[in-house]
Design a protein around this ligand. Structure first.
Ligand SMILES: [Zn+2]
Length: 422
């Protein structure tokens, strides 16, 4: 009897404690969700009154006042503008998003260049720096350059301004669970703990991800096409990769490696070996590196006179850009090289389009800077690789050209600021 009595009391106490904890957690989560909604709404509008926020969100005026005050005083992301005109009753209190004096640094860590930008929370560029990576000088030298670049950009803000975080796009496979760069063929790195290396010298919070995935995130957040929800960004440079956005979400996959588009096979009979060890990968047959290699091999061809002239008969300076220039000026060998490369690219784009049904495929990286010449070639071939319902697929140059990865890196940290994950 006594045992049952005490057991009942014990169970009741546990249930009450659990219920209190659950309610507390639930209220905390609800507050955070409301705060995020209000912050995003304020950012969307140039200026907005507290009563208009109440109308748009359906939250009560006391809740709006409390949350807006928190965003002003604690988070420093919103500021008072003043009091507006009254249409009867109390005059409205106007607030706005505080993008001035609130900055983010975006870094594009590539094998040829390291680019960095200082932007405000509306992604307006305040300062931009580009330096040579000097990859041949090794890992420590590259890390030192990244640190110097971040420090240099940090000095380009007003004294009172705040830098929230640093975003870094890196040419490598970043494991989204561990943060380890498992492989970077461009740099020749395996299993690099970038967080550990940079933490020794950088006080600011920083986040990093694969540069092509970030290019897609940049398009998602800063592209002018507001209703675009599913698209792909293909980065064709030294290698080839893709960033995929489906229904407004960046696809990362199980460990962050989704989008290794360069390693789909586009020629099973090919004798060209890819850096990954397989044969006939898209990257092995259509990257900027491949275009330059074939250009070098074909330099002595009797029809490559123009290409030979443009590179001053020096095999060592043949690049994908020079081959493109020769092709545009009518060099038959260079035209053939680009014809073959774009055929492979279209084969790959067809796979993405038929598998995921994007509305647009953006092409970024060095190859995209060739303008109409490249896009005319691609558009003349792509229909051979699409099912009929996908025939309205648009293929466009990446919106942000050379700044695409930096903008993506900014986007990575801006999402965290707006989600109040600080
Ligand atoms: Zn491969």
């Amino acid at each position: 009897m006594d045992f049952k009595y005490y057991l009942n009391i014990f169970v009741r106490k546990i249930l009450i404690a659990m219920s209190k904890a659950y309610k507390k957690m639930d209220v905390g989560l609800m507050n955070l969700t409301n705060k995020r909604v209000i912050l995003k709404l304020i950012k969307q509008k140039a200026e907005i009154s507290r009563s208009a926020i109440a109308k748009e969100t359906g939250l009560t005026p006391p809740s709006i006042t409390r949350i807006v005050d928190e965003l002003i005083q604690k988070d420093n992301l919103v500021e008072y503008v003043g009091v507006g005109n009254s249409s009867g009753g109390r005059p409205p209190v106007i607030v706005k998003f505080k993008n001035e004096n609130n900055y983010i640094i975006g870094i594009d860590l590539g094998a040829t260049y390291i680019r960095g930008c200082l932007v405000d929370l509306n992604a307006k560029f305040i300062s931009e720096i580009q330096i040579q990576t000097e990859i041949e000088k090794g890992f420590n030298h590259i890390i030192e350059k990244v640190i110097q670049l971040i420090n240099k950009l940090s000095t380009r803000k007003e004294d009172a301004a705040k830098i929230w975080e640093v975003g870094i796009g890196v040419a490598g496979l970043v494991n989204s669970k561990t943060g380890i760069i498992e492989s970077s063929p461009d740099f020749g790195w395996t299993n690099i703990n970038l967080r550990e290396e940079l933490s020794k010298s950088i006080d600011l919070p920083f986040f990093y991800d694969n540069s092509t995935r970030l290019m897609a995130l940049g398009e998602l957040n800063f592209n002018n096409k507001k209703d675009l929800s599913s698209f792909a960004v293909i980065n064709v440079g030294y290698g080839i990769a893709a960033g995929l956005v489906i229904n407004n979400r960046l696809v990362r996959g199980h460990a962050g490696f989704a989008g290794e588009f360069g390693h789909i096979s586009v020629d099973t009979c090919s004798k060209v070996k890819c850096k990954c060890g397989m044969y006939g990968c898209l990257e092995a047959l259509a990257s900027g590196h491949r275009i330059a290699s074939v250009g070098k091999m074909e330099l002595e061809h009797k029809d490559a006179k123009l290409l030979k002239k443009l590179c001053e008969n020096n095999q060592n300076i043949v690049t994908a850009e020079i081959v493109a220039k020769a092709a545009k000026e009518g060099d038959p060998v260079s035209i053939r090289i680009y014809d073959e490369v774009t055929e492979y690219l279209c084969k790959g784009i067809g796979v993405i389009a038929n598998l995921l049904n994007p509305e647009v495929v953006y092409i970024g990286g060095g190859i995209s800077l060739n303008g109409d010449f490249l896009f005319d070639l691609i558009n003349s071939k792509i229909s051979n690789f699409l099912i009929a319902p996908n025939s309205n697929l648009k293929i466009l140059p990446s919106t942000f050209a050379e700044q695409a990865t930096s903008i993506g890196a900014v986007s990575l940290v801006l999402e965290k600021v707006m989600n109040l994950e600080l």
